[in-house]
Design a protein around this ligand. Structure first.
Ligand SMILES: [Zn+2]
Length: 329
């Protein structure tokens, strides 16, 4: 917006040379220049954990194309607060993580738009009355739904380009080493309890540390959790669990996706130390008779189903991949 009259006193403005700015509208009464005005706003690419983007239809904007969440910055708000508020208002989703991408100028509406990528958890939408419909699309398909070259198109192009250039080593999978420790025809198990899963057993073991080889992880975890030194470590199988619980994905994301590497081993000696680290869900360590082990509840379920093969077969097995509603110890 270009000023013609002074917004304070109503005098007609004159053009005046103001330093490096060149000629600006100027009020001789108030002795004040006025810069042309534009409105600050945000535009957000709302992306879920499956790399899908939420696209909106607003029939008053376009009948053919989808749009991204966008809105004006209110007085007193930061651009980030506006982004979170608009996403909540338009889609009913909570932002977990917000990253600034770029700013864009929309000439015909005199808007300066700050562009963000907003990470959310996939949920059903709760739409505002301003939104006619919304859908999740794979991010890779998103560009075809926008007006080519438009601001949403530019924002999403930047995000796609950025993802392609990124070598994603941090997909958030926890590499876990679990041990079937045998001694005198008994197996050492952790007895566990939590309110979602009830009573169950689990194999000793835990997450691999950065740059720690997985065999060392087995030794360390067994020592920490059971107090025993183990030896004769053999790889026996692999399985994967992905926890669908939203609270886990947000607050315990390091435990939401686990790849279990299962090993058999024996005791290096009968000497036992006090365990130094135990899980919150762990009640005790228990030696269970080898012939009873197939009849007790072990989590992950894939380990229970395959426990005989894991112990007896030499060849490692693929136990598959499952989604679980709640995490366990
Ligand atoms: Zn004035």
């Amino acid at each position: 917006m270009h000023f013609v009259f002074c917004p304070h006193c109503g005098s007609k403005l004159i053009d005046k040379e103001i330093g490096d700015e060149g000629k600006l509208p100027y009020c001789s009464q108030c002795e004040q220049p006025f810069w042309d005005m534009f409105s600050p706003s945000v535009i957000c690419a709302v992306i879920n954990e499956y790399n899908e983007i939420a696209l909106l239809r607003q029939n008053y904007v376009s009948k053919d194309n989808y749009v991204c969440v966008a809105g004006m910055i209110k007085i007193g708000e930061t651009a980030e607060e506006t982004a979170c508020r608009e996403i909540k208002e338009e889609l009913g989703l909570d932002v977990i993580d917000l990253s600034y991408i770029n700013s864009y100028y929309l000439d015909n509406k005199q808007l300066l738009m700050s562009g963000y990528k907003a990470n959310v958890i996939k949920k059903n939408f709760s739409l505002s009355r301003e939104v006619d419909s919304a859908e999740w699309f794979p991010l890779s398909e998103a560009l075809s739904h926008f007006r080519e070259g438009g601001i949403a198109w530019q924002l999403v192009s930047s995000i796609i380009k950025c993802q392609k250039n990124m070598v994603n080593t941090d997909i958030g999978v926890r590499s876990t080493a679990k041990a079937i420790i045998s001694y005198n025809n008994k197996i050492l198990l952790n007895k566990c309890y939590d309110s979602n899963n009830g009573h169950y057993y689990s194999l000793p073991g835990g997450g691999q540390n950065k740059y720690e080889n997985i065999y060392d992880a087995v030794k360390r975890e067994c020592k920490e959790e059971t107090g025993y030194d183990v030896t004769d470590i053999k790889f026996k199988g692999i399985c994967e669990e992905i926890c669908d619980n939203e609270d886990t994905k947000i607050n315990y994301k390091q435990y939401a996706h686990k790849l279990y590497h299962i090993f058999t081993c024996t005791l290096a000696s009968e000497n036992v130390n006090q365990p130094t680290e135990t899980d919150d869900m762990q009640i005790s360590c228990e030696w269970v008779d080898r012939n009873k082990i197939e009849n007790i509840r072990i989590l992950p379920t894939m380990i229970q189903e395959n426990i005989k093969k894991l112990i007896e077969d030499d060849k490692p097995i693929d136990m598959g991949s499952i989604h679980i509603p709640y995490n366990h110890g």
